[in-house]
Design a protein around this ligand. Structure first.
Ligand code: GDP
Ligand code: MN
Length: 379
Protein backbone atom coordinates (compact mmCIF):
# COMPACT_ATOMS: atom_id res chain seq x y z
CA UNK A 1 0.00 0.00 0.00
CA UNK A 2 1.32 3.40 -0.97
CA UNK A 3 0.90 6.50 1.15
CA UNK A 4 0.54 10.02 -0.16
CA UNK A 5 3.30 12.56 0.31
CA UNK A 6 1.32 14.51 2.93
CA UNK A 7 0.59 11.31 4.87
CA UNK A 8 4.22 10.17 4.74
CA UNK A 9 5.51 13.56 5.83
CA UNK A 10 3.08 13.71 8.75
CA UNK A 11 4.49 10.38 9.92
CA UNK A 12 8.08 11.60 9.37
CA UNK A 13 7.38 14.63 11.48
CA UNK A 14 6.14 12.48 14.38
CA UNK A 15 9.57 10.87 14.39
CA UNK A 16 11.41 14.16 14.58
CA UNK A 17 12.18 14.60 10.89
CA UNK A 18 11.76 18.27 9.96
CA UNK A 19 9.19 18.94 7.23
CA UNK A 20 7.93 22.20 5.73
CA UNK A 21 4.86 23.81 7.29
CA UNK A 22 1.79 23.06 5.25
CA UNK A 23 -1.61 21.44 4.87
CA UNK A 24 -3.59 19.56 2.30
CA UNK A 25 -6.43 21.18 0.33
CA UNK A 26 -9.21 19.79 -1.84
CA UNK A 27 -10.22 23.11 -3.41
CA UNK A 28 -8.37 26.12 -4.81
CA UNK A 29 -10.07 28.42 -2.25
CA UNK A 30 -8.74 26.27 0.56
CA UNK A 31 -5.28 26.36 -1.04
CA UNK A 32 -5.45 30.15 -1.09
CA UNK A 33 -6.46 30.23 2.55
CA UNK A 34 -3.55 28.00 3.54
CA UNK A 35 -1.13 30.07 1.46
CA UNK A 36 -2.31 33.20 3.29
CA UNK A 37 -1.71 31.54 6.63
CA UNK A 38 1.78 30.52 5.51
CA UNK A 39 2.69 34.00 4.37
CA UNK A 40 2.17 33.75 0.61
CA UNK A 41 5.19 32.01 -0.88
CA UNK A 42 4.17 28.37 -1.17
CA UNK A 43 4.59 25.30 -3.29
CA UNK A 44 1.45 23.60 -4.61
CA UNK A 45 1.91 19.86 -4.89
CA UNK A 46 -0.47 17.37 -6.47
CA UNK A 47 -1.20 14.40 -4.21
CA UNK A 48 -1.30 11.38 -6.49
CA UNK A 49 0.22 7.98 -5.88
CA UNK A 50 2.83 8.16 -8.64
CA UNK A 51 6.36 9.47 -8.86
CA UNK A 52 7.70 12.24 -11.09
CA UNK A 53 4.94 14.71 -10.33
CA UNK A 54 7.38 17.59 -10.69
CA UNK A 55 8.28 16.67 -14.26
CA UNK A 56 4.61 16.22 -15.12
CA UNK A 57 3.82 19.78 -13.99
CA UNK A 58 2.20 18.70 -10.74
CA UNK A 59 4.52 20.69 -8.44
CA UNK A 60 4.52 24.49 -8.80
CA UNK A 61 5.83 27.45 -6.85
CA UNK A 62 3.53 30.39 -6.09
CA UNK A 63 4.76 33.82 -5.05
CA UNK A 64 1.54 34.82 -3.26
CA UNK A 65 -1.84 33.48 -2.24
CA UNK A 66 -3.57 34.66 -5.44
CA UNK A 67 -1.11 32.70 -7.55
CA UNK A 68 -1.49 29.77 -5.15
CA UNK A 69 -5.22 29.73 -5.87
CA UNK A 70 -4.63 29.95 -9.60
CA UNK A 71 -2.04 27.15 -9.62
CA UNK A 72 -4.19 24.99 -7.35
CA UNK A 73 -7.08 25.37 -9.80
CA UNK A 74 -4.81 24.25 -12.59
CA UNK A 75 -3.26 21.32 -10.72
CA UNK A 76 -6.59 20.12 -9.29
CA UNK A 77 -7.83 19.85 -12.88
CA UNK A 78 -4.92 17.69 -13.95
CA UNK A 79 -4.50 14.01 -14.50
CA UNK A 80 -1.03 12.64 -13.79
CA UNK A 81 -0.15 9.30 -15.37
CA UNK A 82 -3.86 8.54 -15.60
CA UNK A 83 -4.68 9.53 -12.02
CA UNK A 84 -6.93 12.53 -11.36
CA UNK A 85 -5.56 15.02 -8.82
CA UNK A 86 -8.11 15.32 -6.01
CA UNK A 87 -5.93 17.02 -3.41
CA UNK A 88 -2.98 19.36 -3.30
CA UNK A 89 -0.47 19.87 -0.54
CA UNK A 90 0.24 23.52 0.13
CA UNK A 91 3.68 23.83 1.73
CA UNK A 92 5.72 26.83 2.71
CA UNK A 93 8.24 27.28 -0.13
CA UNK A 94 11.86 26.52 0.64
CA UNK A 95 14.92 28.19 -0.86
CA UNK A 96 17.02 25.19 -1.86
CA UNK A 97 20.79 24.96 -1.75
CA UNK A 98 21.25 21.20 -2.19
CA UNK A 99 18.99 18.23 -2.91
CA UNK A 100 19.88 14.84 -1.42
CA UNK A 101 18.31 11.44 -1.97
CA UNK A 102 17.74 9.36 1.13
CA UNK A 103 15.72 6.19 1.63
CA UNK A 104 15.43 2.98 3.59
CA UNK A 105 13.97 0.01 1.76
CA UNK A 106 13.99 -3.78 1.64
CA UNK A 107 16.86 -5.45 -0.13
CA UNK A 108 15.18 -8.74 -0.89
CA UNK A 109 18.33 -10.37 -2.26
CA UNK A 110 20.32 -9.50 0.86
CA UNK A 111 17.32 -10.26 3.11
CA UNK A 112 18.03 -7.03 4.97
CA UNK A 113 16.92 -3.43 5.04
CA UNK A 114 19.21 -1.11 3.10
CA UNK A 115 19.87 2.60 3.47
CA UNK A 116 20.35 4.38 0.15
CA UNK A 117 21.72 7.89 -0.21
CA UNK A 118 22.98 10.14 -2.96
CA UNK A 119 24.16 13.70 -3.27
CA UNK A 120 22.41 13.70 -6.66
CA UNK A 121 18.93 13.97 -5.18
CA UNK A 122 15.74 15.56 -6.43
CA UNK A 123 15.68 13.86 -9.77
CA UNK A 124 14.80 10.30 -10.69
CA UNK A 125 17.00 8.03 -8.59
CA UNK A 126 16.55 5.25 -11.18
CA UNK A 127 18.20 7.54 -13.71
CA UNK A 128 21.11 8.26 -11.36
CA UNK A 129 21.43 4.52 -10.72
CA UNK A 130 21.53 3.77 -14.44
CA UNK A 131 23.90 6.54 -15.56
CA UNK A 132 26.11 7.23 -12.56
CA UNK A 133 25.81 4.31 -10.16
CA UNK A 134 28.95 5.46 -8.29
CA UNK A 135 26.91 8.39 -6.97
CA UNK A 136 24.67 6.06 -5.00
CA UNK A 137 25.71 4.88 -1.55
CA UNK A 138 24.17 1.74 -0.09
CA UNK A 139 24.60 0.48 3.45
CA UNK A 140 22.79 -2.56 4.80
CA UNK A 141 21.13 -2.50 8.18
CA UNK A 142 21.16 -5.48 10.51
CA UNK A 143 17.47 -6.01 11.27
CA UNK A 144 18.21 -7.19 14.81
CA UNK A 145 20.64 -4.43 15.75
CA UNK A 146 18.79 -1.72 13.87
CA UNK A 147 20.44 1.29 12.28
CA UNK A 148 23.56 2.37 14.18
CA UNK A 149 24.51 6.01 14.37
CA UNK A 150 28.00 5.37 13.02
CA UNK A 151 26.45 3.86 9.87
CA UNK A 152 24.44 7.02 9.27
CA UNK A 153 27.57 9.10 9.85
CA UNK A 154 29.49 6.97 7.34
CA UNK A 155 26.79 7.70 4.79
CA UNK A 156 26.98 11.43 5.51
CA UNK A 157 30.71 11.29 4.83
CA UNK A 158 30.28 9.16 1.70
CA UNK A 159 27.90 11.68 0.09
CA UNK A 160 30.30 14.54 0.94
CA UNK A 161 27.91 16.22 3.29
CA UNK A 162 29.58 19.21 4.98
CA UNK A 163 30.47 18.42 8.59
CA UNK A 164 28.04 20.98 10.04
CA UNK A 165 25.12 18.85 8.75
CA UNK A 166 26.24 15.46 10.04
CA UNK A 167 24.34 15.76 13.29
CA UNK A 168 21.07 16.70 11.55
CA UNK A 169 21.55 13.98 8.98
CA UNK A 170 22.14 11.29 11.61
CA UNK A 171 19.03 12.39 13.48
CA UNK A 172 16.95 12.24 10.28
CA UNK A 173 18.40 8.83 9.36
CA UNK A 174 17.64 7.41 12.81
CA UNK A 175 14.13 8.88 12.58
CA UNK A 176 13.55 7.36 9.16
CA UNK A 177 14.73 3.99 10.43
CA UNK A 178 12.12 4.14 13.21
CA UNK A 179 9.48 5.16 10.66
CA UNK A 180 10.40 2.25 8.41
CA UNK A 181 10.53 -0.29 11.22
CA UNK A 182 7.45 0.77 13.16
CA UNK A 183 5.26 1.16 10.06
CA UNK A 184 6.18 -2.21 8.52
CA UNK A 185 7.24 -0.17 5.52
CA UNK A 186 8.89 -1.65 2.46
CA UNK A 187 10.02 1.85 1.50
CA UNK A 188 10.49 5.11 3.38
CA UNK A 189 11.94 7.68 1.01
CA UNK A 190 12.89 11.35 1.18
CA UNK A 191 13.61 12.78 -2.25
CA UNK A 192 14.70 15.46 -1.97
CA UNK A 193 16.08 15.87 1.50
CA UNK A 194 17.20 19.47 1.15
CA UNK A 195 19.65 21.85 2.66
CA UNK A 196 18.04 25.27 2.53
CA UNK A 197 19.78 28.58 1.94
CA UNK A 198 19.31 29.33 5.63
CA UNK A 199 21.15 26.10 6.44
CA UNK A 200 18.30 23.88 7.54
CA UNK A 201 17.90 20.26 6.58
CA UNK A 202 14.29 19.31 5.75
CA UNK A 203 12.35 16.52 4.08
CA UNK A 204 10.78 18.29 1.12
CA UNK A 205 9.15 15.20 -0.32
CA UNK A 206 8.07 11.94 1.27
CA UNK A 207 7.01 8.56 0.04
CA UNK A 208 6.10 5.40 1.91
CA UNK A 209 5.04 1.94 0.93
CA UNK A 210 3.60 -0.38 3.57
CA UNK A 211 3.77 -4.15 3.41
CA UNK A 212 0.18 -5.30 2.74
CA UNK A 213 0.81 -8.44 4.75
CA UNK A 214 1.43 -6.35 7.87
CA UNK A 215 -1.67 -4.17 7.62
CA UNK A 216 -3.52 -6.37 10.09
CA UNK A 217 -1.30 -4.91 12.83
CA UNK A 218 -1.23 -1.38 11.43
CA UNK A 219 -4.83 -0.20 11.87
CA UNK A 220 -3.83 3.47 11.84
CA UNK A 221 -2.03 3.11 8.53
CA UNK A 222 -4.76 0.93 7.01
CA UNK A 223 -7.13 3.85 7.51
CA UNK A 224 -4.95 6.00 5.29
CA UNK A 225 -5.51 3.83 2.24
CA UNK A 226 -6.52 5.77 -0.85
CA UNK A 227 -8.30 3.42 -3.22
CA UNK A 228 -8.32 5.94 -6.09
CA UNK A 229 -5.57 4.13 -7.95
CA UNK A 230 -6.90 0.60 -7.44
CA UNK A 231 -8.97 -1.27 -9.99
CA UNK A 232 -12.60 -1.47 -8.68
CA UNK A 233 -12.38 -5.25 -8.90
CA UNK A 234 -9.37 -5.25 -6.56
CA UNK A 235 -11.22 -3.10 -4.02
CA UNK A 236 -14.19 -5.44 -4.13
CA UNK A 237 -11.92 -8.49 -3.74
CA UNK A 238 -10.23 -6.97 -0.69
CA UNK A 239 -13.64 -6.75 1.02
CA UNK A 240 -14.01 -10.51 0.79
CA UNK A 241 -10.42 -11.27 1.78
CA UNK A 242 -9.59 -12.58 -1.69
CA UNK A 243 -6.09 -12.25 -3.13
CA UNK A 244 -6.92 -10.79 -6.51
CA UNK A 245 -4.84 -8.97 -9.08
CA UNK A 246 -6.31 -7.79 -12.33
CA UNK A 247 -4.29 -8.63 -15.45
CA UNK A 248 -4.65 -7.90 -19.15
CA UNK A 249 -5.65 -11.30 -20.57
CA UNK A 250 -9.08 -12.82 -21.29
CA UNK A 251 -9.15 -16.06 -19.27
CA UNK A 252 -10.59 -15.57 -15.81
CA UNK A 253 -8.94 -17.79 -13.21
CA UNK A 254 -10.46 -19.09 -10.02
CA UNK A 255 -8.03 -21.20 -8.08
CA UNK A 256 -7.45 -22.13 -4.46
CA UNK A 257 -3.91 -21.60 -3.24
CA UNK A 258 -1.42 -19.01 -4.45
CA UNK A 259 1.03 -21.58 -5.79
CA UNK A 260 -1.66 -23.43 -7.70
CA UNK A 261 -2.96 -20.10 -9.03
CA UNK A 262 0.48 -19.18 -10.38
CA UNK A 263 0.91 -22.63 -11.88
CA UNK A 264 -2.50 -22.39 -13.54
CA UNK A 265 -1.52 -19.05 -15.07
CA UNK A 266 1.75 -20.53 -16.32
CA UNK A 267 -0.02 -23.48 -17.92
CA UNK A 268 -2.57 -21.17 -19.56
CA UNK A 269 0.33 -19.22 -21.06
CA UNK A 270 2.02 -22.45 -22.11
CA UNK A 271 -1.00 -23.23 -24.27
CA UNK A 272 -1.03 -19.76 -25.79
CA UNK A 273 -3.59 -18.09 -23.56
CA UNK A 274 -3.47 -15.00 -21.35
CA UNK A 275 -4.88 -14.94 -17.80
CA UNK A 276 -7.28 -12.07 -16.97
CA UNK A 277 -6.41 -12.17 -13.30
CA UNK A 278 -4.58 -13.79 -10.47
CA UNK A 279 -6.99 -15.09 -7.89
CA UNK A 280 -6.46 -17.19 -4.83
CA UNK A 281 -9.78 -17.89 -3.12
CA UNK A 282 -7.84 -19.26 -0.18
CA UNK A 283 -8.03 -22.46 1.80
CA UNK A 284 -11.43 -23.48 3.13
CA UNK A 285 -13.24 -20.92 0.96
CA UNK A 286 -16.94 -20.62 1.69
CA UNK A 287 -19.53 -20.62 -1.06
CA UNK A 288 -20.11 -16.87 -0.44
CA UNK A 289 -16.45 -16.16 -1.05
CA UNK A 290 -16.48 -18.24 -4.24
CA UNK A 291 -19.61 -16.46 -5.43
CA UNK A 292 -18.00 -13.08 -4.77
CA UNK A 293 -14.89 -14.13 -6.65
CA UNK A 294 -16.96 -15.24 -9.61
CA UNK A 295 -18.92 -11.97 -9.68
CA UNK A 296 -15.63 -10.08 -9.68
CA UNK A 297 -14.20 -12.15 -12.54
CA UNK A 298 -17.38 -11.83 -14.59
CA UNK A 299 -17.67 -8.07 -14.28
CA UNK A 300 -14.47 -7.78 -16.33
CA UNK A 301 -15.74 -7.38 -19.92
CA UNK A 302 -12.51 -8.73 -21.38
CA UNK A 303 -13.08 -12.16 -19.79
CA UNK A 304 -13.99 -14.63 -22.56
CA UNK A 305 -13.68 -17.88 -20.59
CA UNK A 306 -13.21 -18.95 -17.00
CA UNK A 307 -10.98 -21.65 -15.66
CA UNK A 308 -11.80 -23.17 -12.28
CA UNK A 309 -8.95 -25.17 -10.90
CA UNK A 310 -9.81 -26.41 -7.45
CA UNK A 311 -7.71 -28.80 -5.48
CA UNK A 312 -9.83 -29.86 -2.55
CA UNK A 313 -7.83 -30.21 0.61
CA UNK A 314 -9.16 -28.04 3.39
CA UNK A 315 -11.32 -26.49 0.69
CA UNK A 316 -14.22 -28.79 -0.10
CA UNK A 317 -15.13 -29.17 -3.75
CA UNK A 318 -18.86 -29.36 -3.02
CA UNK A 319 -18.68 -26.03 -1.19
CA UNK A 320 -16.93 -24.48 -4.19
CA UNK A 321 -19.53 -25.99 -6.52
CA UNK A 322 -22.32 -24.44 -4.41
CA UNK A 323 -20.57 -21.07 -4.66
CA UNK A 324 -20.33 -21.37 -8.43
CA UNK A 325 -24.03 -22.25 -8.68
CA UNK A 326 -25.02 -19.37 -6.40
CA UNK A 327 -23.03 -16.92 -8.48
CA UNK A 328 -24.49 -18.30 -11.72
CA UNK A 329 -27.99 -17.64 -10.42
CA UNK A 330 -27.05 -14.05 -9.82
CA UNK A 331 -24.83 -13.05 -12.72
CA UNK A 332 -25.95 -15.44 -15.51
CA UNK A 333 -22.55 -15.85 -17.15
CA UNK A 334 -22.43 -15.96 -20.92
CA UNK A 335 -18.85 -17.11 -21.23
CA UNK A 336 -17.78 -20.75 -21.36
CA UNK A 337 -16.49 -22.21 -18.12
CA UNK A 338 -13.97 -24.97 -17.72
CA UNK A 339 -13.83 -26.76 -14.42
CA UNK A 340 -11.34 -29.11 -12.85
CA UNK A 341 -12.22 -30.39 -9.40
CA UNK A 342 -10.05 -32.88 -7.56
CA UNK A 343 -9.66 -33.86 -3.93
CA UNK A 344 -12.03 -33.59 -0.99
CA UNK A 345 -15.67 -34.13 -2.01
CA UNK A 346 -14.79 -33.80 -5.71
CA UNK A 347 -17.46 -36.29 -6.74
CA UNK A 348 -20.16 -34.42 -4.86
CA UNK A 349 -18.91 -31.21 -6.45
CA UNK A 350 -19.01 -32.63 -9.95
CA UNK A 351 -22.50 -33.99 -9.38
CA UNK A 352 -23.70 -30.56 -8.30
CA UNK A 353 -22.29 -28.99 -11.44
CA UNK A 354 -23.54 -31.69 -13.80
CA UNK A 355 -26.44 -29.62 -15.10
CA UNK A 356 -24.58 -26.32 -15.03
CA UNK A 357 -23.38 -26.57 -18.62
CA UNK A 358 -19.69 -26.47 -17.80
CA UNK A 359 -16.78 -27.98 -19.67
CA UNK A 360 -15.08 -30.53 -17.45
CA UNK A 361 -11.41 -31.44 -17.41
CA UNK A 362 -9.40 -34.16 -15.72
CA UNK A 363 -5.95 -32.58 -15.56
CA UNK A 364 -4.69 -29.04 -15.32
CA UNK A 365 -3.14 -29.27 -18.79
CA UNK A 366 -6.45 -30.45 -20.19
CA UNK A 367 -8.31 -27.66 -18.37
CA UNK A 368 -5.89 -24.98 -19.54
CA UNK A 369 -6.03 -26.19 -23.14
CA UNK A 370 -9.83 -26.22 -23.11
CA UNK A 371 -10.06 -22.74 -21.60
CA UNK A 372 -7.62 -21.33 -24.17
CA UNK A 373 -9.73 -22.84 -26.97
CA UNK A 374 -12.94 -21.56 -25.42
CA UNK A 375 -11.53 -18.04 -25.04
CA UNK A 376 -10.40 -18.02 -28.69
CA UNK A 377 -13.87 -19.00 -29.87
CA UNK A 378 -15.46 -16.39 -27.65
CA UNK A 379 -13.37 -13.43 -28.78
P1 GDP B 1 8.19 14.60 -7.31
O1 GDP B 1 8.53 15.17 -8.63
O2 GDP B 1 6.90 13.85 -7.37
O3 GDP B 1 9.28 13.77 -6.73
O4 GDP B 1 7.94 15.86 -6.30
P2 GDP B 1 8.93 16.62 -5.32
O5 GDP B 1 8.20 16.99 -4.11
O6 GDP B 1 10.18 15.87 -5.10
O7 GDP B 1 9.24 17.96 -6.09
C1 GDP B 1 9.97 17.96 -7.29
C2 GDP B 1 10.97 19.07 -7.31
O8 GDP B 1 10.33 20.33 -7.15
C3 GDP B 1 12.00 19.02 -6.19
O9 GDP B 1 13.07 18.16 -6.49
C4 GDP B 1 12.42 20.46 -6.10
O10 GDP B 1 13.44 20.73 -7.05
C5 GDP B 1 11.17 21.23 -6.50
N1 GDP B 1 10.54 21.76 -5.29
C6 GDP B 1 9.65 21.15 -4.48
N2 GDP B 1 9.34 21.92 -3.42
C7 GDP B 1 10.08 23.05 -3.54
C8 GDP B 1 10.23 24.25 -2.76
O11 GDP B 1 9.65 24.44 -1.68
N3 GDP B 1 11.09 25.18 -3.24
C9 GDP B 1 11.77 25.02 -4.40
N4 GDP B 1 12.59 25.98 -4.78
N5 GDP B 1 11.67 23.93 -5.15
C10 GDP B 1 10.83 22.95 -4.74
MN1 MN C 1 10.41 13.74 -5.08
Amino acid sequence: MKLHEYQSKTIFSKYGIPIPKGRVAATAQEARQIAEELGGRVVIKSQVLVGGRGKAGGVKLAKDSAEAEQLATQILGMEIKGLPVRKVLVDEASAIDQEIYFAITDDRAAKKPVMIASAAGGIDIEEVAAKTPEKIIKVHIDPLLGLREYQARDVAVAIDLPREYWKDFVKIAMGLWEVYKNSDATLAEINPLVITKDKKMIALDGKMMIDDNALFRQPNLTELRDTDEDAPSEIEARKYGLSFIKLDGNIGCMVNGAGLAMTSMDVIKLFGGEPANFLDVGGGASSEKVAAAMRIILTDPSVKAILFNIFGGITRCDEVARGILAAMEEVKPKVPMVVRLVGTNAEEGRRLLENANMITAETLADAAKKSVEAAKKGS
